[in-house]
Design a protein around this ligand. Structure first.
Ligand SMILES: Nc1nc2c(ncn2[C@@H]2O[C@H](COP(=O)(O)OP(=O)(O)OP(=O)(O)O)[C@@H](O)[C@H]2O)c(=O)[nH]1
Ligand SMILES: Nc1nc2c(ncn2[C@@H]2O[C@H](COP(=O)(O)OP(=O)(O)OP(=O)(O)O)[C@@H](O)[C@H]2O)c(=O)[nH]1
Length: 441
């Protein structure tokens, strides 16, 4: 099921990032290895009242020239109107209504999207009185929040989840592998799509997605049906925000949500940049299978070590995605292109793979025997049993005497043992630890 997208919009300094961080929580920015990088996060996934959603902080779009601030917030508002399902319009109780707020309000007003008015910096009861003037913006009841204290954020989340649309499921059969091609401009996504399709039988060409405005292209290869979800061809013309990373990340997020397998296309000539990490990180968070495609391999001067070195670079940059296979190819010359789809198919199979409970427990028992679970203050974690509860991605629950005793490193150890036994190449695995005492058995 695709996740609806929530965007936070507002002029600089009202506290968008602060509230955004409150909503996504202090979860680690898993794909990043540098400290402090969490501050730069621009999207996250969250859940409230059992409803999952993605959220994007549209702040910080910078545009040069006169009226810079005004243009920037206009670009933000346009981005949100274009892409989000619910918009949180944020103002500042300390500052009151400013002209920029009115500007943003006017744009949002005409959008026809659900807009929730959040008034931040309501740090004390006295400030609560300040929020009434915000009725004048014409978006109904203002929701008072405080990014500093966290008050009101629950109410805001209630309002958000109340307005989240039910996104219809895709119309494709279960056995169709949905593939999204993601990558920054000019890495060769369109060329790759054409190269793949040029060789295969296209069943129906360019069906506009019914749920989303992506261009979907179904095709078949060796008896396997696929659909390519292409984000490359749908850029709109001439708008300011198109050049911003946020715009492309938001587009990518929506394609990733609909995919089983995400192809992260990297330009082999240029190497890896920050933006590649953002999209790959989202594929990981969304629990999708991932294949790295290093394109333009024809243009790279190579010796016998080049591929190995590039592979090492990818592994260093994407520490948490060691499961993702890497395919080097050229969309232009079609060199090594034939290697791609078998890898995609394998990743999709692993993503949907279900392992029987007894097999899983055999592997975990052996793992425990080699390396017993950690102790804490003299108490040892006891693993009672392990079971796979979901697929896409494979999700495993470890039942233990006390979940507090589980360490991240031990979880990784179990994951590695499980991967060594059952492959799962190309797919992330989710592991949850839950309490279950012996007595309950
Ligand atoms: N008093 C008070 N200050 C807050 C609150 N929330 C955020 N701030 C402060 O307001 C300032 C701006 O916060 P940010 O979250 O960076 O604001 P932003 O809207 O994301 O700003 P841009 O990135 O410039 O668009 C920071 O100094 C915050 O510490 C709040 O609830 N109360
Ligand atoms: N040498 C070489 N050039 C390539 C290859 N694939 C694509 N190109 C070139 O790279 C440029 C960009 O290719 P596109 O397919 O338009 O890239 P894109 O990622 O779809 O770009 P956007 O539409 O901007 O997102 C074009 O000039 C292509 O000819 C390749 O495998 N080798």
């Amino acid at each position: 099921m695709a996740r609806p997208v929530v965007a936070i919009v507002g002029r600089p300094n009202v506290g968008k990032s602060t509230i955004f961080n409150r909503i996504i929580g202090d979860r680690l920015a898993i794909v990043e290895d540098k400290p402090g990088i969490t501050r730069d996060r621009i999207y996250g996934t969250s859940e409230w009242n059992g409803k999952p959603f993605s959220i994007i902080d549209t702040g910080g779009i910078e545009i040069d020239g006169d009226d810079m601030i005004l243009k920037s917030i206009r670009a933000q508002a346009e981005l949100a109107i274009e892409e989000a399902d619910v918009i949180v319009f944020m103002c500042d109780a300390k500052a009151g209504i400013t002209q920029s707020d009115e500007e943003v309000g006017n744009l949002l007003y005409r959008s026809g999207k659900p807009v929730l008015l959040a008034v931040n910096k309501v740090d004390n009861l006295a400030r609560m009185d300040h929020i009434y003037e915000f009725y004048n913006l014409g978006f109904g009841d203002p929701i008072g929040v405080s990014g500093s204290h966290g008050t009101g954020v629950g109410d805001l989340l209630d309002a958000i989840t109340e307005h989240l649309p039910e996104l219809p499921d895709d119309e494709y059969d279960e056995d169709v592998i949905r593939v999204a091609l993601i990558g920054r401009p000019n890495v060769g996504k369109s060329s790759l799509v054409n190269a793949i399709l040029g060789e295969e039988r296209v069943i129906v060409s360019n069906v506009a997605g019914t749920t989303r405005d992506a261009i979907d292209t179904p095709f078949e290869k060796d008896g396997q049906r696929y659909v390519l979800i292409d984000t490359a061809g749908m850029r709109k013309r001439g708008k300011v925000y198109e050049s911003t990373e946020k715009y492309s990340v938001m587009r990518a997020m929506k394609a990733i949500e609909r995919a089983d397998v995400v192809l992260v296309v990297i330009n082999g000539e240029e190497g890896i940049i920050e933006q590649d990490k953002h999209v790959a990180g989202y594929a990981y968070e969304a629990g999708k299978a991932t294949v790295f495609v290093v394109n333009k391999w024809d243009a790279v001067e190579k010796d016998d070590k080049t591929m190995h070195e590039f592979e090492k670079k990818i592994r260093d940059h994407f520490l948490f995605m060691t499961y993702a296979p890497i395919v080097f190819l050229s969309a232009l010359t079609k060199q090594r292109l034939h290697k791609l789809l078998p890898v995609v198919q394998h990743a999709a199979e692993q993503h949907a793979r279900r392992v029987a409970t007894h097999l899983l427990n055999d592997v975990v028992s052996d793992a425990i025997a080699i390396n017993p679970p950690p102790t804490d203050k003299g108490r040892r974690m006891r693993i009672n049993y392990v079971t796979q509860v979901a697929v896409k991605p494979p999700t495993i629950v470890v039942f233990v005497n006390d979940p507090e005793l589980m360490h991240f490193s031990y979880e990784r150890y179990l994951e590695n043992k499980i991967r060594a036994a059952f492959d799962f190449e190309g797919t992330p695995i989710r592991i949850f630890t839950r309490r279950k005492s012996d007595k309950e058995d």
